[in-house]
Write a protein that binds this ligand. Structure first.
Ligand SMILES: Nc1ncnc2c1ncn2[C@@H]1O[C@H](COP(=O)(O)OP(=O)(O)OP(=O)(O)O)[C@@H](O)[C@H]1O
Ligand SMILES: [Mg+2]
Length: 218
């Protein structure tokens, strides 16, 4: 098990929000009455997949996990493969609190233009029974009619180490390390500037490993 598996995102407070605006946008998406088809864009490791998975699970509820399906569009590539996945995914939609199933389209920009055009009609056709959430590193590679069908939450990653303090403390405690907030902030200050959440987690892992090795050696 790696640091990510040992520290899954279970609660809203486990997510580090880079701004209050993003936090508000995500908060709205957790309400079945307000959720919309949403595209999370931004560089690697800032939490796009994490947010899609969290929102999807919250909307359908813990008892309806099979109502969430994630496909990696850039792996599937071809129009027939991608459209087939969308058309064939049923879930048990109407039985969950959202009233539909959720399909997460990872790396939406990875579909070529023909596949994206094929998806255009499907997004409309299946919107009664499927909520679509999507991620991309490169929103500019998504054709206009598809982009137009999504609300976009653009993530940049945080440049404020303070925003990571509570999550970092939670992770370090879980890894068996006790630091006071000041020391933890110093650690984050060294590493959190311009780094993705994925990299910050790796730095915490590295720190915990070294601290434990030093303690064992002394
Ligand atoms: N905002 C965040 N809050 C809490 N943890 C985060 C956040 N961003 C990233 N992480 C941590 O980093 C890991 C990787 O994040 P995630 O897979 O969501 O990134 P991504 O934006 O989808 O990256 P990619 O573009 O490479 O797919 C998560 O499992 C989580 O542990
Ligand atoms: Mg991702």
């Amino acid at each position: 098990m790696d640091i990510f598996e040992r520290n899954p995102i279970m609660h809203f407070n486990d997510i580090v929000f880079e701004s209050d605006d993003v936090k508000r946008s995500v908060g709205r998406l957790l309400d079945p009455n307000f959720v919309t088809r949403t595209l999370f864009s931004g560089p690697p490791g800032v939490g796009k997949t994490t947010l899609c998975q969290y929102i999807a699970q919250q909307l359908v509820g813990a008892r309806h996990k099979p109502d969430v399906k994630s496909i990696n569009v850039s792996n599937l590539k071809s129009r027939s493969a991608i459209c087939g996945e969308i058309e064939n995914f049923r879930g048990f939609g109407a039985l969950n609190p959202l009233g539909k199933a959720v399909m997460i389209l990872e790396e939406l920009d990875g579909a070529d233009a023909s596949a994206q055009l094929g998806m255009k009609a499907l997004l409309d056709e299946h919107s009664d029974r499927l909520l679509f959430l999507a991620t991309t590193n490169n929103p500019h590679n998504i054709i206009a009619p598809i982009r137009d069908r999504f609300d976009e939450v653009a993530l940049l990653g945080t440049d404020e180490p303070n925003r990571w303090l509570s999550r970092a403390q939670q992770v370090l405690t879980n890894e068996g390390i006790n630091l006071d907030d000041e020391q933890c902030l110093l650690l984050l200050d060294q590493h959190a500037h311009g780094l993705s959440g994925r990299k910050i987690m790796r730095k915490l892992d590295e720190y915990a490993f070294l601290a434990k090795s030093n303690a064992a050696g002394s």
